[in-house]
Ligand binder design. Structure first.
Ligand code: HAM
Length: 436
């Protein structure tokens, strides 16, 4: 086969029908759990005024420094494709006066995002996230509920056991200022042992020195001053209560004092879901509290907490776990026909069967019966209905069970009811979700 004339741009991909099974299933699970917990769905635009991101995510974060896709309007106004969901949700919250809504305001989203990073396994330039934001409540019970929601979704997707919840607190904004000074004092004189990125981070964002993946940087990070030395009592207490709530909810976690997250807006609680598989570096999701962000974006001081997970990475973990979502696209019935009269009659029959909620494909064209049956096989149809001239004359139809390879001639009149009886109105409606 010769190379196609066009290919998708580097780092972006098509979602082909097989992967859409996973996408649809994940969306269904997310919607189910979010609705049940009182969240309402929000969609923000694909692109925003660039400042929405630079102000919120932080000018020295990797995302803002290196990973934004920027656009310029004809009048010279700068925009960026959204690299994450929280900034846009906060902008919308303020723009639409959601402060007036009963608190906390609970929102969720399932959206595409864009980051201009080096494409590799699990890291794309266009990817999808599902996420949630709870705005207007500072109680650690909300942090616990947000983490529980993420954990519960992972459970229903069949991947919770493969992930470990990494948990940390990064204190208040003031704690962080103090801690940054401690880190700079510690790293001064040790610059030569740091990777190029960390040399830059030391000046711009020393907290990120702690979660660098380079071996030498990790050794230094393990000896660096600990956050717990500077953390204020309020933040300590928040974290202690959160841990108690998570224990009460039976959500297993691992304390990770080096977890800082790559976005600047976090305060107090931060968390990520990591693969338990050795050597795997990609988190499926993460989040935390961002009590200062709404004020930074021009609102009144308002506490908030949220998380987001990557859908592509979640699919990867589901595939590794051998989880196959139910195939709602599967063909239940293939209708084959021979001759013009039979073809006409089959058109009505196909639609009557579809109206009963059955997935039905009909042969079109003038193929021989042998090739029509071959197609039914390739489509994986459970049953075939075969209508020829004789059957039309006799008021019958042939019902073939494709798995058993057996067939019988039955009355045409009662065929719709018979198929509903055999398959159920929606044969693939499936309460056990991924187990089927
Ligand atoms: P984040 O950790 O930057 O957090 O992204 C969340 C998840 O999105 C990651 O764990 C990962 O699964 C997925 N993801 C990120 N970048 C890529 C990529 N290039 N390719 C594939 N997947 C990716 C946030 O975005 C925060 N807004 C989460 C949050 C919500 N915090 C509070 N509320």
């Amino acid at each position: 086969m010769s190379a196609p004339l066009y290919q998708s741009p580097k780092g972006v991909h098509d979602v082909l029908p097989d992967d859409h099974l996973y996408f649809s299933f994940i969306k269904k699970v997310v919607r189910h759990h979010c609705r049940r917990a009182g969240y309402r769905r929000i969609s923000t635009p694909i692109f925003e005024d660039i400042e929405v991101f630079t102000r919120s995510i932080g000018g020295t974060s990797d995302i803002v420094e290196k990973e934004m896709f920027t656009l310029e309007s004809k009048s010279g106004k700068k925009y960026a494709l959204k690299p994450e969901g929280t900034a846009g949700v906060v902008r919308a919250y303020l723009e639409h006066g959601m402060q007036q809504m009963p608190k906390p305001v609970e929102l969720y989203y399932i959206e595409p995002h864009f980051r201009y990073n080096r494409p590799q396994k699990g890291r794309y330039r266009q990817f999808h996230q599902f996420g949630c934001e709870v705005i207007g409540e500072s109680d650690p019970a909300v942090d616990a509920q947000v983490i529980y929601l993420a954990y519960r979704i992972n459970q229903d997707l069949g991947i919770a056991d493969r992930l470990s919840l990494q948990l940390n607190t990064i204190g208040s904004m003031e704690d962080r200022v103090k801690f940054k000074e401690d880190l700079i004092n510690f790293y001064t004189g040790k610059e030569r042992s740091l990777c190029e990125d960390c040399k830059r981070r030391m000046l711009e964002n020393p907290l990120r020195l702690l979660d660098c993946k380079e071996e030498d940087c990790q050794i230094l990070a393990s000896m660096a001053p600990k956050f717990e030395n500077v953390i204020c009592n309020e933040s300590k207490e928040h974290f202690e209560i959160l841990k108690e709530y998570l224990e009460e909810l039976n959500v297993p976690y691992e304390l990770n004092p080096l977890l800082v997250r790559g976005l600047d807006y976090y305060t107090h609680t931060v968390f990520e879901f990591w693969s338990k598989k050795e050597g795997s570096q990609n988190a499926t999701g993460g989040g935390g509290r961002y009590d200062g962000l709404i004020e930074i974006m021009g609102g009144q001081p308002t506490p908030a907490v949220g998380f987001a997970a990557g859908i592509e990475r979640t699919i990867e973990y589901m595939k590794e776990a051998g989880i196959r979502p139910p195939n709602k696209d599967a063909v239940a019935i293939f209708v084959a026909q021979l001759g013009l009269v039979a073809k006409k009659k089959s058109l009505t029959l196909i639609n009557k069967l579809r109206d009963q909620g059955l997935n039905v494909v009909g042969a079109v064209g003038k193929d021989s019966m042998k090739s029509q049956m071959g197609l039914a096989d390739r489509l994986g149809a459970q049953y075939s209905l075969i209508l020829g001239q004789i059957e039309v004359q006799e008021g019958t139809i042939i019902l073939r069970d494709m798995k058993k390879g057996s067939q019988e001639t039955v009355s045409y009149e009662g065929i719709v009811d018979k198929m509903v009886e055999l398959l159920g109105k929606n044969p693939l409606a499936n309460k056990k979700l991924w187990e089927e």
